[in-house]
Design a protein around this ligand. Sequence first.
Ligand SMILES: Nc1ncnc2c1ncn2[C@@H]1O[C@H](COP(=O)(O)OP(=O)(O)OP(=O)(O)O)[C@@H](O)[C@H]1O
Length: 615
Amino acid sequence: MKNNRNMFTIAIKSIGFAWQTNRRLLILLMLFNIFQGAVVYLQFTSFASIVDEIIRIKQGTGTTNQLVWSSVVLGLSFLVPLIIGNIASHYRMIFRMQQSVQLELYKIERQGKLDIGTIESSSYQNLLRSAQEWGTGSLLNLQDFFFNSANNFAGIITSITILWSLNQWLVVFAVLAAAPVYFFYKKYSMEVFRIRYFSIDDHRIINNRISHFEELQKAVDVILLKLQNWLKGQIRDRKVAFNNKIIVAERKKAISYSIMSLWYLLFLFAAIALMTREALADRIAVGGLLLAFTTYTRFYQTINGYIESISYAEEASRYAARWFDLFDMQPRIVSKQNAARFDITEPPLIEFDNVSFRYPAEEGETPLVLQQLSFTIKPGEKVAIVGVNGSGKTTLIKLLCRIYDPTEGNIYVNGINLKDIQLEDWQSALGILFQDFPVYNLTIRESIGVGRIEENGELPTQKEERLKQAALYSGADDFIKDYDQLIWKEFAGGIDLSKGQHQRLAVARMFYRNAAVTILDEPTASIDAVTEEKIFSTLERNMQGKTVILITHRFSTVKNADKIILLEQGRIIEYGSHKELMQLHKQYASLYNMQAKRYLENDEPAPADTTSLID
Ligand SMILES: Nc1ncnc2c1ncn2[C@@H]1O[C@H](COP(=O)(O)OP(=O)(O)OP(=O)(O)O)[C@@H](O)[C@H]1O
């Protein structure tokens, strides 16, 4: 935890961010604040001169003309700051809004530069949550501190000048009265920050439990399984525990401040005694006495407020730092500077050479998930990866896509180490459909079209034929009536799809992508047998010459693959064609026969006869 990070570094970064957002507005707001800080003393001096002028008129030495002028100045010194204050708060609101948008866009931009492994990590997730929860407000409050600093500085300098001209001891008393405030604020604001910081995991759990009531799929489960009270209890207990800790810290803070007020009163009495003595000795006039008192109390309030705002700013900087820590995060997987450029339109030769892998851990070392994998995928081959849950199938794909780099060994593409190829080029040669594919709340046209967006980042507009063909191949055309139909039940006119229909759309997206290497991680898990057959026979016809890697638990779909890789606990235990592996009479043959038997017992056709990946 970088809680001792220099507040000014963060504050300057936040001003830098404001500068980038709208420098003109930043300067304007700064000027407004300087003016507001100084003008209040004009009120005091003009009022003091009115009082002195009245006394002089009574003594026969004053003029009404001077009185009128002082009154006009007094009136203006109230009116102008009022108008400027309103204008400033209007612009301040605009500035905050502009920066909130900018922050969100900047976050998206930075996130786009990170690798998936970093995004998956709990340190990133923690940082993101705390930045989103407390960072934005704090960042903007930190800038308020700067504006207030301008205001306070102007006030402090003006009042020191006035007090100094009346009696130098008044300045000393006011400074001594305000000095301890800083230490109190620092101590207690740090305590509140620590409570917040260490409760971020609890907050993530609370948000997760709340999501069970907000997200449709989860909400249905909550109702059917009657989980309301159980989840509610978890939310309540964590929130109450958190609030109690904050209440205790805030109570301590309040008690300390009350004790501190006595210290202030001591110096106030000393200052009043000094002013009275000066007035009695005729060293200051009645107006001057008034000016001394108002300036003294104002000076204390300003210093007190300023110190308070410094310690608030320190607290805010700790939260705002979450954003900058997040922005400073660097991807672990990057393209080398001189990485080879590739236009991979043709399927390449892929080689795994003694590849082992363990997931990166925040602490300690996790076990190897893949161990000494060596195999080759020739251009255009159809390869199936099978194995029980957790055997490492998806992880193998993650390495192939360079979401992670191997812990040991290398992966080669056309003889070039994957690490030496431009990441972007390689990933654009791949079409991946993961088992937990995302559902896009877009129109059907867009849901398929995002499979390959244009160079300029826009959705394709002129590819109607290809779009419809992809829908046809995936069987999605069965339920598509209107390509402009929005898939978003929570919006007026939007619809929802069944899980299998969503999956068909995802498969259509892959067909539309038409990549050199297509990777399908359980693509038909929720799809009915008829559509599954249709998808695989379409794959056979339309993916001729393209590399297809298929992960599946259904052995029926792998029978005709060129190669089958059987994984067990991260190791390849069998490797070959269906025929070769059946002849081995080992694990693959026994798993295959077990599934086939189950089909036959259920009086359904054996899987081997129903579907195929290729001829
Ligand atoms: N992000 C991760 N961090 C740490 N460990 C992980 C991560 N993802 C997966 N694992 C672990 O790696 C192992 C292999 O997981 P993987 O998802 O590759 O298996 P799989 O064969 O695809 O399983 P399934 O058939 O259930 O999809 C598992 O023990 C899993 O717990």
